[in-house]
Design a protein around this ligand. Structure first.
Ligand code: NAI
Ligand code: MG
Length: 356
């Protein structure tokens, strides 16, 4: 199995190096090949997504991605900015399903802004459709309003739309993910107001017929937002469209209060995927050896589970992460009095040792 390693910028190389060490400690024979991406791609080859990097990502079974972006590239024209690399990879690899777990280890319950009893032990998975919805629907623009009470004024407009096949494929991803977890899916929509999301509800209900072992509930997005902060542990898998998912996934991430702990996956129709921490390149702490590598290490675990069919190895990594937290080891972003402050490499060492 071939894994493309794309470290990128800022803390990207530091955190991916630790994830690679963890993968190497599993005793599997993965072929890992590294390439430049983002600002590093621009610096080395004049483009944030150099052709050789894209070819490597396409040929690999999975991509482990660090992060891209640095202030020093802010003056470049948009097409050459580091962030274009991740957009290009999503498009070129057809990554339409974004999986973002929100996990709060009991040891870190103090990091959340919510009461520990509400969030301690939280383990939910938000699945956001990534390539459709109002973000991409056409027509869109600013025009002279053609009718109604504002006729003749200028108006801005976008188009919300989802094709049946787009809804079906994301629903399959959600039900299959639930089969590997708590066997419950909450589909979030706005079927009471939007035609697009009444259609969404009907199609998700139809796909559910193929998954007798998974429980399905439908919820309106406004209620889902409320429930996420009121009683988030009631959820298992949440599946929703691009816009609702954008908002709800950030909300869920912040329930845990620790951006350095959250992994993510973006999958195509064949479970090939790109795995990256939910955070960015953190240029403010790059090169200092203090970045938390756990989000990237946990992204590698997701890669094993969803793309490489090695759920047992994913379990091992997740158990090792729990163990180092239980030992009291903390990078500065999750440090609390009474725990032991460690750097990026020491944290990586500890996970590797826990695996052994
Ligand atoms: P960020 O996530 O990089 O940093 C936000 C804050 O969290 C910073 O104070 C940072 O030090 C801290 N932080 C992030 N990851 C951490 C870790 N692993 N350990 C400890 N602390 C951590 O977001 P920001 O500052 O908005 O963006 C910085 C750069 O990253 C920008 O160029 C942005 O475009 C890029 N970015 C890239 C993403 C990607 O590659 N997928 C996603 C988000 C932002
Ligand atoms: Mg967002």
């Amino acid at each position: 199995m071939k894994i493309a390693i794309l470290p990128g910028d800022g803390i990207g190389p530091e955190i991916t190096a630790q994830a690679v060490r963890v993968l190497n400690a599993l005793g599997e024979s993965f072929e890992m090949e590294q390439a430049e991406v983002g600002g590093a791609g621009y610096a080395a080859h004049g483009h944030p997504l150099p052709p050789a990097t894209l070819a490597l990502a396409k040929s690999a079974d999975a991509v482990l991605f660090g992060a891209v972006g640095d202030y020093k590239y802010d003056t470049l024209e948009r097409a050459l900015r580091p962030e274009q690399a991740i957009l290009g990879l999503r498009k070129e690899l057809g990554l339409f399903a974004n999986l973002r777990p929100a996990i709060l280890y009991p040891e870190l319950a103090g990091a959340s802004t919510l009461k520990p009893e509400v969030v301690s032990g939280l383990d939910i998975l938000i699945i956001r459709e990534l390539t459709g919805d109002i973000y991409f629907g056409k027509p869109r623009g600013v025009r002279e309003c053609p009718d109604g009470p504002f006729k003749g004024e200028r108006e801005g407009f976008d188009t919300m739309r989802y094709a049946e096949s787009e809804i079906r494929r994301i629903a399959h991803v959600a039900f299959q993910a639930a089969q590997k977890r708590g066997k419950r899916v909450t589909s979030v929509d706005k079927a009471n107001v939007l035609e697009t999301f009444q259609f969404w509800r009907d199609i998700v209900t139809d796909v559910h017929k193929e998954y007798g072992d998974v429980e399905l509930e439908h919820m309106y997005v406004d209620n889902a937002a409320m429930q996420l902060v009121r009683a988030p542990k009631k959820f298992d898998v949440i599946v929703t469209g691009n816009m609702f998912g954008d908002i709800l996934s950030d909300c869920a991430a912040m329930l845990t209060g620790s951006i350095g702990m959250l992994p993510s996956a973006s999958l195509d129709a064949n479970n090939k995927g790109l795995y990256e921490p939910s955070h960015g390149s953190a240029p403010d702490i790059a090169g200092k050896g203090i970045a938390n590598p756990l989000a990237t290490i946990l992204s590698a675990a997701m890669m094993l589970r969803y793309s490489l069919d090695k759920a047992g190895q994913a379990d091992r990594i997740e158990a090792a992460v729990k163990q180092v937290l239980a030992q009291g080891l903390r990078t500065p972003d999750i440090y609390e009095a009474g725990t032991t402050k460690v750097g990026t490499e020491e944290m990586g060492n500890a996970v590797v040792n826990a695996l052994r």
